[in-house]
Design a protein around this ligand. Structure first.
Ligand SMILES: *[C@@H]1O[C@H](CO)[C@@H](O)[C@H](O)[C@H]1NC(C)=O
Length: 291
């Protein structure tokens, strides 16, 4: 991959700061390990979480809380070396039929070849909205921050605070938008060598197992849903939070960065896959300035 200089990246004026009391950090408090037995571990007094994949099983965790709007950040260091066939997923999802989901999936690769960051949005059970990106750094060397901003008007995917994808609420145009179903945060590391790397051509090399991914500095500036009610609606959190959550958007520099990522790093965009949609592109694709 070519390298791109982008001095503006150094002048990160944050598009979205932290506005509301955040729940930071302790993995013991915030998460439960859901599968993979001892392959999922919380270490360092709750500051670090590791997921492992071996030939027998992958592993995963999920948040104890359910959220309805907010900003979720996680720092992740992905499986290093030959990670072909492995997928590390990090996503928000509701439960039941017609679920909503906001996905990050990291598709591994042979040593030295680039990961693909795969994204998708499901609303009311329907996905098919994939966009894929290369990253502008090696995601296995250091921790990087992956964020989901989710409000009534849009969903913004961010990597190290740089927006890579925006999914706007186009309900007025007949496109369902995730807004009624609270979601938990999930993460897992699993074997997907049927499809993940070069479309399934490169298989997982089990002689390199166990594969490991690392998580830290979880942060949720989010409305927590419990007993049928959002804590952002309550007196203590206040309407300010609600307003902020409703209106977070990209400013001019955010839009510039988004265009930069989409121009140089996007590998796949369902909106431009005309073969796949012979009867016409999905509606939201005809609306959005960012494809
Ligand atoms: C893996 O590397 C190949 C060769 O550079 C590239 O075509 C592919 O997009 C990369 N990523 C995945 C997940 O296949």
């Amino acid at each position: 991959m070519a390298t791109f200089s982008f001095p503006e990246m150094l002048l990160l004026s944050l598009v979205m700061g932290s506005f509301i009391a955040a729940s930071a950090g302790d993995f013991h408090q915030e998460f439960e390990l859901t599968w993979g037995d001892e392959r999922a571990q919380i270490l360092d007094g709750g500051k670090l979480l590791t997921l492992t994949l071996d030939k027998t099983s992958g592993s995963g965790f999920r948040s104890k809380s359910e959220y309805l709007f907010g900003r979720i950040d996680m720092q992740i260091k992905l499986v290093s070396g030959n990670s072909a066939g492995t997928v590390t997923a990090f996503y928000l999802s509701s439960e039941g039929p017609n679920h909503d989901e906001i996905d990050f999936e990291f598709l591994g690769n042979l040593s030295g070849d680039p990961y693909i960051l795969h994204t998708n949005v499901y609303s009311q059970g329907k996905g098919d909205r994939e966009q894929q990106f290369y990253l502008w750094f090696d995601p296995t060397k250091n921790f990087h921050t992956y964020s989901i901003v989710w409000n009534l008007q849009r969903i913004i995917y961010m990597v190290d605070n740089i927006p890579i994808r925006v999914f706007n609420n186009e309900e007025s145009f007949g496109v369902p938008f995730p807004k009624n179903q609270p979601m938990k945060l999930y993460s897992s590391l699993w074997n997907a060598d049927q499809w993940a790397t070069r479309g399934g051509l490169v298989k997982t090399d089990w002689s390199k197992a166990p594969f490991k991914a690392y998580f830290r500095n979880f942060n949720a500036n989010a409305c927590v849903w419990s007993n049928g009610e959002s804590d952002c609606a309550s007196k203590t959190s206040g309407s300010l939070i609600n307003n902020v959550l409703r209106t977070q958007a990209l400013d001019a520099s955010g839009r510039r960065r988004l265009r930069w990522v989409q121009k140089y790093f996007m590998v796949y965009n369902y909106c431009t896959d005309l073969k796949r949609f012979p009867l016409g592109r999905p509606r939201e694709c005809r609306r959005s300035r960012f494809l």
